[in-house]
Design a protein around this ligand. Sequence first.
Ligand SMILES: NC(=O)c1ccc[n+]([C@@H]2O[C@H](COP(=O)([O-])OP(=O)(O)OC[C@H]3O[C@@H](n4cnc5c(N)ncnc54)[C@H](O)[C@@H]3O)[C@@H](O)[C@H]2O)c1
Length: 246
Amino acid sequence: MSRDFGFPAGEAVLITGAGSGIGRATALRAAELGLSLSLWDLDPTGLETTAELVGSHAPRVHTWVADVSDDDAVQTGMADAVAALGSIRYLHNNAGPASASAIPFDRAVEISVGSVRRVTDAWAAAGPGEGAAMVATTSIAGNLLGTDNAWYSASKAAVMGYVRHLASYRAGEFRSNGVAPGMTDTPRLAGFAASETGQRVLQRIPLKRMATPDDIAWATLFLLSPLACYINGVYLPVDGGWTVTQ
Ligand SMILES: NC(=O)c1ccc[n+]([C@@H]2O[C@H](COP(=O)([O-])OP(=O)(O)OC[C@H]3O[C@@H](n4cnc5c(N)ncnc54)[C@H](O)[C@@H]3O)[C@@H](O)[C@H]2O)c1
């Protein structure tokens, strides 16, 4: 099937957390749409696998092993990415710790929303140019549902608050939107669908399945694309209708 989201030839997208799950899917689907890629992850093995899977499908591929909560790594990485690909028009702020991680509340919020701010500022300072857009992977957690994990709900709501700030005050530079996955079939949710809680949740999802990483990737790429040129500041749940049943 041929798809065309209207991305002009020669443009590039930077994806954080590209070594697995949603970030990897966004990389693969972006390559199909003709975008060059700057792929970032703290896991070198996952990153290498994504780059191998992309292969020659993307015009150009740059990889950067970095923890996005590390300011020096982000600054150096952005310079490296721009040197490799030129101006980077689109940004997918996707990396974030798994909700099951035992990270102290303050540090977790700092990592989650702080990294989105850090990468966005570095990208914006590098001059993404006309038609630039940013999408953050937020969540239905914290925005539509309260979860048992305090830092995860708090930081995903904070990411969306930051997106609304950007959409209001930085629209002269770039559009900003949030994609909110529901229960998505990535390694961090391995086994969840088969668990008792997972089965209960699945029953409440009108589409009766988890999201695939591609479901989230396509929503992200649509919001980044010129087709969405008048969409700024939206919170887009991609959850099979789960939250309208709550
Ligand atoms: N899977 C779900 O059900 C779900 C639901 C809602 C939101 N999300 C969000 O989607 C995003 C991607 O999650 P996923 O399910 O694809 O997970 P995943 O574990 O499959 O992939 C996440 C990737 O991000 C990388 N990463 C994590 N912290 C990083 C850091 N500080 N710096 C650089 N890279 C880092 C990991 O190494 C990993 O490769 C996350 O922000 C997550 O909170 C996921």
